[in-house]
Ligand binder design. Sequence first.
Ligand SMILES: [Zn+2]
Length: 318
Amino acid sequence: MSDNLDSPSQTSTDDPCPKLKPIPMWFQDGTLLIKAQDAKFKVYGGLLSSKSSVFRDMFTLNAGVQEAVLELEDSKVDLSYFSKALHDIDFFLPRKLGHVTPIAIVAGILRLSDKYDVPSLRKRAIEHLSVIYPTTLRAWDRASQLESPHISDHLDAIKSARDFNIPWIRPMAVYHFVSQPLETVFPLLHNSNLSEQDQKQCIRAIRALKVLQMFCGAPMRSAGNRKQCHSWSNCGNVQKNKWNAICNDDGADPLKIRLTYTDGFCSSCQGNIDVHYTREKAWNMVPVLFNDESWSQLETLRNAEIGMDIADNTVGVE
Ligand SMILES: [Zn+2]
């Protein structure tokens, strides 16, 4: 195996995957030496050219060369995972519940499969992202059973949505990111490599989620003021405390489970809140408030690109 791979501390700071280090890709009888940054990989050139039209063209230019060497300007991390996905059919499997590939790896594979024209890998990477960032509330609740990505991973997803034209993943990637406390969101946003357009959308989304959080909390405002209430004083106090907490909350996650809005109230007030519960409505408002297209328009785009309703049909099947 190669001993040319660096420790994380030596990873370049402008590497798109600073949290990851490259994995060794060194086949002793490989036919192609790839150099990227300060790493080397020895892989099978024929395999790469059979999957990638761009590698095929590069090989045509190097026809007759005994031991081909390619120097590429890509991230060594991206290249190592991209090569691994091409050489090992068990490495980057189709998206399934319980099989989670970190977003930084998915984003890297997407970058290079797009650049080097490997449509099957590109599609698989988009399928992964489409499950993590779905277009229905049901799929969102199911996706929450998966291991939660690191907050900075959502920035990778937001950038990928723009760079690779996957707009249907953007609303929930933005939601995931900006629903965190502001003290976490702002340093990451400030130091991100997001476009101005994406940064503006994140700031717009911060405002929108606060409005949505109050919209979701509104039905409980009548608790303690209704004739049917079993305990006016208790429900009145709970309502005031919850509303103050919402107003003072530095983050905003209005799609949190129902209990956030109902626990502590008498059964009569809980029933009334349930009747007016607005989580579904809030879900439908998310993309529009974020300045994106509606869920149905985004689903049409997604189905045209990956050919099936991945989010609803795949998650939870196993
Ligand atoms: Zn009550």
